[in-house]
Design a protein around this ligand. Structure first.
Ligand code: GTP
Ligand code: SPV
Ligand code: MN
Length: 576
């Protein structure tokens, strides 16, 4: 309450609103936004309690160059993070926040990350003048009274201060103060910049806590698989933003895999701990999905299509004349008279898409059909498979497996992938994105790699580590692998590896499947294409690892010896 007073003295709002997370509150905020034309009600006889919010066109993705870690020293933030000295950053931000909420309501938004009764869960409070942030946090976390109850028990909490400000790009800041467990974000209203519970709290700040307390906060999906005989197992995986986590989390096995069931626990974030028996325990800190709409349809992700027909907030999608949301991939043909994501009548000759490529839906997990019952389980689940992967038009095989835990960490740390529309800047540029955490690790990534090594020592039984690439292209620029539900064939191979049903080919980069061990029943990919997708190009890999070596060298003596050892073993195998 003291902090709320301080913030209101600084930002000078017209009113303070304490959020309780109730349905009445949600309805009231929606109504106020509708009246001000900040929300558009969707319907068309299909969508129920669904709304469209249009972000400013200059504010539709995370801005990595405006995101700062304000640790005491630059060394703590490491070479992959933008750094500002905490005092200087606070001075600038206090100036920008001074009086910024004049004539606006200030919302106090308490939330829990993780199942309410889990010992792994964490508390936060965001103060924001954005009603969109209230609605989004209401979907993505356990928000309101339930969090207040936990705060009353004296729980520590992260403070997040956010204002839409004036949306001016040059004055946009997303700042993290690890010493104070404080976040400050201004002049943006886009998801991951403004809804501070998500990337700023659950990853950037908690990754630092996780390092201190011996756990890991990761950018990963969590998937449950159940065989025809009722055996359940779990896979978690890191693919960079806009590279397939949500789709893999919601995968529906192809018809050839009769009897197999898949269910979702989480699509973006995973926190892992080792329990007292040395067992890996993973929870999803979130309570909903903030998924990419563009490209999502019955062909790619049939599981989500029903869930997003109610209680969903869409951002930056198009809208049909009868009030349905629309984006490329939802249906085959563009609807007549569609309005584009900027609110203009779409011009087919413009060459511009109807929906923004980073358009999204925010949907509660509770109303999603194939959710795992374990999503709200305080104890978490124990995955036997860890997947790393990303978008690469060439070189990286469809799938390969690490030789051991340390080698698995190397696979994650070596990740070089193409950028997507999820972050502002150039799309399709290959860059190093270790564990899909480049933009989300709140401290020196050399130490982060070392922490992965240490964490592994706590596990009695380590998950197997795999690397995937669904995005290899042929000379014509087409994807060779059909992807989406067909990816289950590869997951099935991973399960067969874990249970020892199949052996594999040892190559310099790791184990690669024998072509005959990938179930291709009903698949259109030819045997020679599959052989191609699984081939290892030594020359190309030697080039690849040169770039990685230069990247690793940036971390100097923070880079763990175990990873260098694995790196040199890999280099040696490739050369000989
Ligand atoms: P963030 O929410 O930004 O972290 O992204 P994400 O990793 O959850 O990615 P998502 O599953 O939303 O996929 C992003 C884009 O990749 C979408 O346009 C998908 O259609 C596309 N995509 C996902 N899986 C596949 C696949 O197996 N093959 C192909 N070709 N495209 C895919
Ligand atoms: C991502 O970019 O990885 C997302 C969307 O999941 S956001 O939460 O906006 O970062
Ligand atoms: Mn993400």
């Amino acid at each position: 309450m003291k902090w709320v007073e301080e913030v209101s003295a600084l930002t000078k709002p017209s009113e303070i609103v304490w959020c309780d997370g109730s349905q009445e509150e949600k309805t009231r905020i929606e109504k106020e936004m509708l009246e001000k034309n900040e929300l558009i009600a969707l319907g068309g006889g299909v969508y129920e309690n669904c709304y469209l919010y249009r972000n400013d066109p200059s504010d539709v993705a995370r801005v990595e160059d405006r995101t700062f870690i304000c640790s005491k020293t630059q060394e703590e933030a490491g070479p992959t993070n933008n750094w500002m000295a905490p005092d200087a950053a606070k001075k600038t931000l206090d100036g920008l926040f001074d009086g910024v909420m004049k004539d606006r309501k200030m919302y106090v938004i308490p939330y829990i990350l993780g199942p309410a009764d889990s010992k792994y869960s964490r508390l936060g409070v965001e103060i924001s003048d954005s009603p969109l942030v209230v609605l989004t946090t209401g979907v993505l976390t356990r928000m309101g009274s339930i969090a207040i109850e936990h705060l009353k028990n004296g729980g520590e909490f992260v403070r997040g201060l956010h204002s839409m400000g004036n949306l001016k790009k040059e004055d946009r800041y997303i700042c993290h103060f690890p010493e104070d467990r404080l976040l400050m974000s201004i002049n943006t209203n886009y998801g991951g910049n403004a809804a501070l519970s998500k990337k700023p709290h659950a990853l950037r700040l908690e990754s630092i806590e996780a390092k201190k307390d011996g756990w890991l906060a990761e950018h990963m999906f969590i998937l449950e698989m159940e065989s025809a005989t009722g055996d359940k197992s779990y896979a978690i995986g890191a693919l960079p933003s806009g590279s397939g986590k949500t789709n893999l989390a919601m995968i529906k096995p192809p018809s050839a895999f009769n009897g197999w069931k898949t269910r979702t626990l989480g699509d973006d974030l995973a926190w892992f701990h080792a329990d007292e028996h040395g067992k890996l325990k993973v929870i999803n800190p979130e309570n909903g999905f903030f998924g990419v709409a563009y490209g999502t349809g019955l062909n790619s992700n049939p599981n989500i299509i029903d869930a997003i027909k109610k209680n969903t907030i869409f951002t930056n999608v198009g809208v049909t004349p009868d009030g349905k949301p629309w984006w490329e991939g939802l249906t085959k043909d563009v609807p007549e008279g569609v309005i584009d994501w900027k609110g203009q009548k779409w011009d087919p000759s413009s060459g511009q898409p109807v929906a923004n490529k980073n358009s999204r839906y925010a949907t509660p997990i509770s109303q999603y059909g194939p959710k795992s019952e374990a999503y709200d389980d305080a104890a978490g689940v124990s995955p036997s498979i860890i997947i790393f992967g990303g978008r690469r038009a060439g070189l990286i095989p469809l799938v390969y497996e690490a030789y051991n835990w340390e080698h698995g960490i190397l696979l994650g740390a070596m990740m070089r992938v193409e950028t997507t529309a999820a972050q502002a800047g150039k799309v399709g540029e290959v860059r190093q994105d270790p564990m899909a955490m480049l933009a989300f690790c709140g401290y020196n990534m050399g130490e982060y790699f070392g922490h992965w090594v240490e964490f592994g020592k706590k596990l009695k039984e380590k998950p197997r580590v795999f690397f995937v690439n669904w995005f290899r292209k042929n000379e014509k620029g087409e994807y060779v692998w059909p992807g989406f539900s067909e990816n289950f064939r590869i997951i099935k191979w991973m399960m067969d590896r874990v249970s020892g049903k199949v052996d594999a080919v040892a190559t310099p980069i790791g184990y690669v499947p024998k072509v005959e061990d990938i179930d291709t029943t009903g698949l259109s990919v030819s045997k020679s294409d599959l052989e191609d997708l699984l081939s290892v190009d030594r020359g190309g890999w030697l080039e690849e690892i040169k770039t990685t070596k230069a990247f690793f060298e940036k971390f100097g003596d923070k880079m763990p010896k175990e990873l260098w050892d694995e790196y040199y073993r890999l280099e040696e195998r490739l050369k000989t």
